[in-house]
Design a protein around this ligand. Sequence first.
Ligand code: SAH
Length: 223
Amino acid sequence: MKADFMTNSFPPQEKKFESERINMVTVQILDRGITDTAVLRSMRKVPRHLFIPKEYQKLAYDDGPLPIGYGQTISQPYIVAYMTEAVKPMSDNIALEVGTGSGYQAAILAEIVKEVYSVEIVPELAKESAERLSKLGYKNVTIRFGDGYKGWKEHSPFDVIMVTAAAEQIPQPLIEQLAENGRLVIPIGAPEEVQELILLEKKNGRIEKHRLTFVRFVPFKRL
Ligand code: SAH
């Protein structure tokens, strides 16, 4: 009895993170209206604290973005869930992410879709996130260093495209690399200002544009 009590009163750190994560999904994501069960399942599963520098790990399941070095941030969990639901990811889909950062959004997608390709413009982040995802056992994510403005033509067309840095306008190559019935989400607006999250859908070769909500992202850069 005593031993059990002792174990329960000093739960391993991982258990604590797991219960914080389950709680995060309920309070920050489910209660705010995200209903896609695949998105909820993925957000409950991916260990967000392992995508965050040690000094901020205890804040991993808080309701906000966090620094990941090189002046970049991992997005607020709700925004990750909201954007992922917006692109309606399906199990047979091929996805492109522009702005790998920590690799967290790529992992969230990788739990749902068939294949994820992600481009990152900061070489150190591209390397670190590729190592992180491979250590975590993700075999369906490929990361490369480069300017995501050009997309990743060799693996196109993409059913899903997610841009996680704020651009002044939608890069034309990304529109071209979007599959028929594909969905693209991107924050549009001036850097350092509030931006608008835009959803594009390609239907019969035509682009439909939907304005979703207001967000604040780090700026889209060019090489
Ligand atoms: N999705 C990330 C967070 C994104 S922060 C995560 O889950 O952690 C935005 C990222 O976009 C930064 O890492 C930044 O370096 C990258 N970025 C900015 N402009 C880019 C470009 N043109 N191509 C690729 N990555 C870019």
